[in-house]
Design a protein around this ligand. Structure first.
Ligand code: AP5
Length: 218
């Protein structure tokens, strides 16, 4: 099953991606995570990406198309993958279709997460991440057992640079201007299904599983 998760920043895509990836045994491919790894490693791609990410702007299409194309061609993605945060522009969606066409694959379903800007802002300003193992928490909705410490590796939790209020506001504008048109793009292909990002994490996971059964994907 090849899945795309689409939706504004903070809608809960990454959180659902992690549980869905475990449930259906398909890799969770997050362009945001791959870019943050490149930033951490100090590569040329990382240096370039950082200058856009810190401002809440999209990294140039060519960069993300290349890293995603390379990732989905790996052997663990042969029987399916879950794309989180890609595509984000019309150009990226076209490039993805072209790349999949060449290998006889297609996107089976696009889950479009619906939330309000208020929910996104509240979630992102309260998000804390573990720089060591990448786990995600929220100071109110999903607090760690011990304040500021990761439940899984005991790393000290931090706030992402781009989760500062002004940058979050910019990311929401960028979503409206550059990404939201993809709803139309996938609606025309009849593969877009809306889900409520406002639901509690487990409730949403159950909704998505039921949806996959209804769509005969699982
Ligand atoms: P990226 O990392 O993809 O960020 P994003 O899409 O803005 O998504 P987020 O990770 O902020 O939100 P999410 O929907 O995954 O929410 P999450 O589950 O974490 O991209 C970062 C940057 O990289 C971009 O701005 C851009 O610069 C660059 N980039 C990435 N991909 C690119 C591309 N394709 N093209 C160009 N540039 C690209 O949840 C958020 C918080 O809410 C967490 O604290 C979580 O614990 C909590 N939460 C989650 N679900 C729920 C729930 N159901 N109820 C209550 N709380 C919840």
């Amino acid at each position: 099953m090849n899945i795309v998760l689409l939706g504004p920043p903070g809608a809960g895509k990454g959180t659902q991606a992690k549980v869905l990836s475990k449930e259906y045994k398909i890799p969770h491919i997050s362009t945001g995570d791959m870019l943050r790894e490149a930033v951490k490693a100090g590569t040329e791609v990382g240096k370039l990406a950082k200058s856009y990410m810190d401002k809440g702007e999209l990294v140039p299409d060519k960069v993300v198309v290349d890293i995603t194309g390379e990732r989905i061609s790996q052997s663990d993605a042969k029987s399916g993958f879950l794309l989180d945060g890609f595509p984000r522009t019309d150009e990226q969606a076209n490039e993805l279709d072209l790349a999949l066409d060449k290998t006889g694959k297609k996107i089976d379903i696009v889950l479009c997460f619906k939330t309000s800007p208020e929910v996104s802002i509240a979630r992102l300003s309260g998000r804390r991440v573990c720089p060591k193992c990448g786990s995600n928490f929220h100071i109110e909705n999903m607090p760690p057992k011990e304040k500021d410490l990761c439940d899984y590796c005991n790393g000290r939790l931090i706030q992402r640079n781009d989760d500062k209020y002004e940058t979050v506001k910019r990311r929401l504008v960028v979503y409206e201007n550059q990404t939201k048109s993809l709803i139309d793009y996938y609606q025309k292909k009849h593969i877009l299904k809306e889900v409520s990002g406002n639901l509690e994490v487990n409730a949403l996971f159950c909704e998505i599983k039921k949806l996959f059964v209804r769509e005969r994907l699982a």
